[in-house]
Write a protein that binds this ligand. Structure first.
Ligand SMILES: [Ca+2]
Ligand SMILES: [Ca+2]
Length: 496
């Protein structure tokens, strides 16, 4: 682990500056306090949570949304767990970190590990910047999956990571606690409650030593199988499944073959989906209580005013939209995620409609920590959007991408490889010809006229000009890279 040189460095520079300028003692104290106190960062990452699920989390609404900025157009650039988490750790599009799926060889923790990507992540950057770093919960899919692992990646001072997938079995789960594998019984403690306890202990211990912390807190909720605590069992028992106009879409003749081949949902499927929705909301109640518990802990330890709290999810999910379940497609509900930020200088109770991406989280944390992100980072700091006067220009497009592999789950494999560009107005999707997809297909949705993507306009004569523009935009985005010698940077391809 890196040493923590930061505080000593700042002290030296400031003392030198004040000696030169002859600053008064009281000004010195104030400036020193402001500069030396790097902010804490509490990052809470739900798993498969829809943006609309926030409506059922009262603590998160009152303590985070109402106290900070809510992004109404927050997206992930690949709506699948492991690729999105690799993006969050590195600030890169999937085509640049190349963790395409959840399982090896083209995805999962082994893909991240084998490429050496652990050597430069948000953890190593902040660790080198003087932060006490901790991960609690889910790391990357397939970490400790077949045999439990004691591996702790570089950059993390403290480590409490899930072994295996889906939060263990029905009766127990295992956590790698700083290199030691510990087994918990579900009858003893619910996993999110355990994470809340671990997080609270960490905050209390760190508050004493004046070191800023970065906490990556990633509960399993509300991901299938959506284990919930017994105290929440009676909640939401009559809550209706949301049915937007895209629910069980009647006419899918406008859509590509892989969607056209899906039958309409049966009443049994809808009933099962409703039960799943209710279990998800119950599982999220432990997350909501954890938010309150940690805000209370930060307040009690005097850290709250100097802590950024970020709440988001690695991807959304379909619960019947366009006849779909699961994720990884380009339609709204899977790439769309909740994103709420509160913290020092962040205005309270406001919304931002600029496009924010999972690519942006790592560079945002880096900017708060005062460290420069590496050149490979594709995303940009959201910090300008968190001021009272956000910039008038921002990215005007971004890329959503998807590839599968023969080893993946059926629902991932069922979606042909595609690349999509989203702007404020349009979503344009291209499914290229591949060995398993012999005919090129495209989709175009005008999100102003058709926000739930019911009618693809790809064959509309009057839309061919805009399709040409979007195609050109898509080609640039597919190639974009922070480091390539000839490619456009992603920031240039997305627009400013
Ligand atoms: Ca997920
Ligand atoms: Ca339709």
């Amino acid at each position: 682990m890196m040493r923590k040189p930061y505080k000593h460095f700042v002290l030296f520079v400031l003392v030198g500056a004040f000696a030169t300028l002859g600053t008064t003692a009281s000004q010195t104290d104030t400036s020193l306090a402001q500069t030396a106190a790097k902010p804490n960062i509490l990052f809470i990452l739900a798993d498969d949570m829809k943006a609309s699920d926030l409506d059922h989390m009262p603590n998160t609404q009152s303590l985070l949304t109402n106290q900070g900025v809510k992004f109404t157009k927050a997206w992930v650039t690949r709506s699948l767990c492991c690729p999105s988490r690799a993006t969050i750790l590195r600030g890169q599009y999937t085509h640049n970190h190349k963790v395409w799926v959840n399982v090896e060889p083209e995805g999962g923790f082994p893909r991240f590990f084998n490429q050496g990507l652990e050597s430069s992540t948000i953890a190593t950057w902040l660790d080198a910047g003087g932060y006490e770093t901790v991960l609690i919960g889910k790391y990357l899919n397939r970490y400790g999956n077949d045999t439990p692992t004691t591996h702790v990646p570089p950059g993390w001072d403290k480590w409490y990571a899930w072994e295996g997938m889906y939060g263990g079995t029905d009766t127990s789960y295992q956590i790698n606690e700083n290199g030691q594998i510990v087994t918990y019984q579900r009858s003893q403690i619910h996993d999110t409650d355990l994470h809340a306890q671990t997080a609270e202990n960490f905050i209390r211990n760190t508050a004493n030593n004046n070191t800023p912390f970065f906490m990556y807190l990633a509960p399993n909720a509300p991901h299938h199988p959506s284990y919930y605590a017994p105290r929440h069992a009676s909640m939401f028992s009559s809550t209706a499944l949301p049915k937007p106009s895209s629910f069980n879409e009647a006419d899918v003749s406008d859509k590509p073959k892989w969607v056209r081949s899906k039958p309409r949902l049966s009443s049994t499927q809808i009933s099962d989906m409703t039960q799943f929705y209710r279990k998800r909301l119950r599982a999220l109640q432990s997350v909501d209580e954890m938010v309150k518990r940690l805000v209370d802990t930060l307040s009690a330890t005097g850290e709250l005013s100097n802590t950024y709290i970020v709440f988001t999810s690695d991807n959304g999910i379909y619960l019947g939209e366009h006849r779909l379940t699961d994720k990884a497609a380009a339609y709204n509900a899977a790439p769309r995620v909740p994103l709420v930020v509160r913290g020092p200088g962040v205005p309270a109770g406001v919304t931002r409609s600029q496009m924010a991406l999972n690519n942006d989280l790592a560079p945002t944390f880096a900017s708060w920590a005062g460290v420069a992100p590496p050149a490979f980072v594709d995303g940009r700091s959201l910090s300008p959007l968190l001021s009272a006067n956000p910039p008038t220009s921002w990215r005007t497009a971004f890329l959503v991408e998807h590839r599968s592999s023969p080893e993946e789950f059926g629902y991932v494999k069922a979606i042909p490889e595609y690349y999509a560009v989203r702007t404020d107005r349009y979503s344009y999707v291209e499914y290229p010809i591949t060995p398993t997809h012999p005919t090129k297909e495209t989709e175009l949705y005008d999100l102003n006229a058709d926000p739930t993507e019911l009618t693809s306009l790809h064959a509309s004569a009057s839309h061919q000009a805009v399709i040409s523009e979007l195609k050109a935009r898509l080609e640039e985005l597919k190639q974009c890279s922070g480091t390539g010698p000839t490619q456009p940077s992603c920031e240039a391809a997305e627009g400013r």
